[in-house]
Design a protein around this ligand. Structure first.
Ligand code: TYD
Ligand code: MG
Length: 435
């Protein structure tokens, strides 16, 4: 496949230069339609949300995640949903045979007449397919199995991944085709391929966590056409990925009440408030190096908060293992979870459950001070909607509690007050039992 036509520089057509497509002339700004007018809603609500309201024509989207997490499933469903709107879609799979893809497509209800399949690994063949079909969107499953035969290197190598994405990007921009690139990312660190593309593509969405999680969480880590950190929640069922429109209720569904170490945290992912259960388990250990495990939380942040607990609240953790877990598989990166982490650890250390109607949000500083976080109003609204009556948080300053909301904000300035609050609640509860 190294033969074939060459351009003046001796390169095969399109192998790096832009000579193979005519350059369009500059156009007046006012004549160019904006992005918002042209978005295509896929009809899969949680996906549209992550994209910032729908698919932008001519955009390139990288979809990453561990093998088996649901990338092909989501994209086949998306391709089907777009094709049902009458758009022609090309799904190019280098991973599975035509028979396998079409069988899966049918079982996912993606059998629309304008959905075309190609079992291809050659970029040239895929580009020919795009030229012939002029689809509105193309799915490349996956970037690692597609190769430009003009390059000597193996499929999946860094140079191939860059080359394939680069050439497709040109096509995306000039022909207004939306191109989805599926990229495998493994825990072991074969991040190199897809990671190298993050700066070229318009949007990067990742399936968070692994395929053993109960729910599949899709997060936009970059988006030129919408807010980043926007999260979509899906459940993998026999008929494919099903959007979860009320993730807070789902994440709290199995919450054990009256269990020490379990607290509810009001987080905001992108533009949406989501309530999650945070669990801490602090147990004595004989090990010289106590264990620190933080699932779904930033490890460095947790280490800092444990140090604050030791130094400011004199909670000795040196002879204890500390395990923290965000139930449901969501990864929380915002510092608004700090106060919840401190509360969960305290609750576990003291073996005192936190009141079931309490929830937490607030950043904690090195001095143990509790700081305000953005979008307090949204968090309060979501808490009230799910029946919480006390929001333990930082001083709200001028932010009023939204009108008509039955939730009281308990404003703390230091984590020391949290310890007192929890101790008082524990005492009054114990008193109620003995009365
Ligand atoms: P898949 O989309 O093939 O993952 P990826 O492309 O990210 O590697 O998802 C595969 C998993 O999803 C597989 O374990 C089976 C499961 N699955 C379902 O549970 N229901 C379905 O309808 C489909 C298509 C897959
Ligand atoms: Mg796949």
């Amino acid at each position: 496949m190294t033969g074939g036509p060459r351009d003046a520089a001796g390169r095969p057509p399109g192998s790096g230069g832009t000579a193979w497509l005519p350059s369009p002339p500059p156009v007046p700004l006012v004549t160019v339609a904006g992005v918002e007018d042209r978005r295509i809603r896929t009809g899969i609500g949680e996906l549209d949300r992550v994209l910032g309201g729908g698919l932008v024509p001519g955009s390139m989207i990288l979809v990453g995640g561990e093998p088996g997490v649901g990338k092909s499933t989501l994209l086949l469903q998306t391709a089907g949903a777009l094709a049902r709107q009458g758009l022609s879609i090309l799904y190019a799979s280098g991973e599975e045979s035509l028979a396998q893809v079409s069988e899966r497509g049918r079982s996912l209800g993606a059998n629309a007449p304008s959905l075309y399949l190609a079992a291809e690994t050659s970029l040239d063949a895929i580009l020919e397919g795009i030229a012939a079909l002029k689809p509105a969107a193309v799915v490349l499953d996956s970037i690692q199995t597609t190769c430009d035969p003009a390059l000597g290197s193996a499929a999946g190598s860094l140079s191939q991944v860059r080359q394939v994405a680069g050439r497709l990007l040109e096509v995306a921009k000039r022909q207004e085709v939306s191109i989805w690139l599926i990229g495998h990312v493994t825990k072991e660190g074969s991040l190199a391929g897809p990671k190298a593309l993050e700066h070229i593509v318009d949007t990067v969405v990742y399936f968070e966590g692994d395929r053993h999680q109960a729910y599949r969480i899709l997060r936009a880590s970059k988006n030129r056409f919408g807010p980043t950190e926007e999260v979509g929640v899906f459940e993998m069922r026999a008929g494919g990925l099903v959007p979860v429109e009320n993730p807070s209720a789902l994440f709290l569904a199995e919450r054990p009440v009256e269990t020490p170490g379990s607290v509810v945290v009001a987080t905001v992912e992108g533009t949406r408030p989501i309530l999650v259960e945070l669990q801490a388990l602090v147990t004595p250990t004989g090990a010289a190096m106590p264990r620190r495990v933080a699932n779904g939380l930033d490890f460095q942040r947790v280490a800092m908060l444990l140090a604050v607990l030791e130094k400011r609240l004199h909670v000795g953790l040196g002879a204890s293992d500390v395990f923290l877990n965000v139930a449901g598989g969501l990864a929380i990166r915002e510092p608004a979870a700090d106060l919840g982490v401190v509360a969960a650890v305290l609750s576990s250390v003291r073996n005192v459950p936190v009141e079931a109607c309490w929830a937490f949000f607030g950043e904690v500083g090195l001095g143990g001070e509790v700081r305000r976080v953005a979008q307090a109003e949204k968090r309060l609204q979501e808490l009230a909607r799910l029946g919480f009556t006390r929001a333990i948080t930082a001083s709200m300053g001028a932010t009023p509690t939204p009108p008509g909301i039955a939730i009281a904000a308990v404003e703390l300035s230091h984590v020391g007050e949290l310890a007192d609050l929890m101790a008082a609640a524990g005492e009054s509860r114990a008193k109620m039992r003995f009365d």
